[in-house]
Design a protein around this ligand. Sequence first.
Ligand code: IPE
Ligand code: IPE
Ligand code: MG
Length: 246
Amino acid sequence: MPLFSKSEETAVDFDHLPRHIAIIMDGNGRWARSRGLPRTAGHAAGAETFRTIAVYCKEIGIQYLTVYAFSTENWKRPAEEVSAIMDLLRKYLLEAIEKMERDRVKMRFFGDLSPLPDELRDLCLRTEEISTHYEGCQVNICLNYGGRDEILRAAQNFAAQCAAGKRIPQELTEELFSRGLWSAGIPDPDLVIRPGGEERVSNFLLWQSAYAEYYFTKVNWPDFSKEELRKALCAYQSRQRRYGGI
Ligand code: IPE
Ligand code: IPE
Ligand code: MG
């Protein structure tokens, strides 16, 4: 069955897809406001979009999908909004665990989980543990994640190893440093998508995105559909990646 058939749909070359897609899932609040709904309704709708897009990425053969769910800065939001987001994550993981054997998606979490509510943190760890041997598609959820926080932690760890006499500063290479990040062992994102209309990075995958292609769209995350993803993939496929060469 062709993955696209109608002529008005966007023609993606499914044989040359990015290996790793990262998404800043933004615009939930504005989506809700434009409908006269509370912001939390936007987060609930955003969670549905995540389900749809994650399944589609798996179907078309994307190997890694990394999504920004909650940043180290998002704690600044009103307590009720933060707890509504945590509750949605809890619900999502409970459901994901139930369907895990069927979906066989490997799930990982990037970020310090220790400040999360106990139940949510335990669910994250359980999800990682159950799915650890699944192969094919890996979904990384950035939760209490910040690019600067991640880099600082890696630097502190390396410095501590030096202080303990286990390493010397001259040993540090990009490759070794990368191994100290949450994303250790995972290829860098090829394509970073930001819905919601903002054209900024907001502390997402700062180290890993050094040569990523960016795609920005005004569509808010709850309205981001498979067709929107195909548009992003087409844009990606029209780019020429030079990595500093000619
Ligand atoms: C993204 O949507 C979700 C999180 C940051 C948790 P927002 O809540 O930032 O939505 P806008 O940007 O206010 O529309
Ligand atoms: C980035 O969105 C974080 C997530 C999507 C989880 P924000 O809404 O927090 O980013 P800013 O505040 O507009 O930069
Ligand atoms: Mg936002």
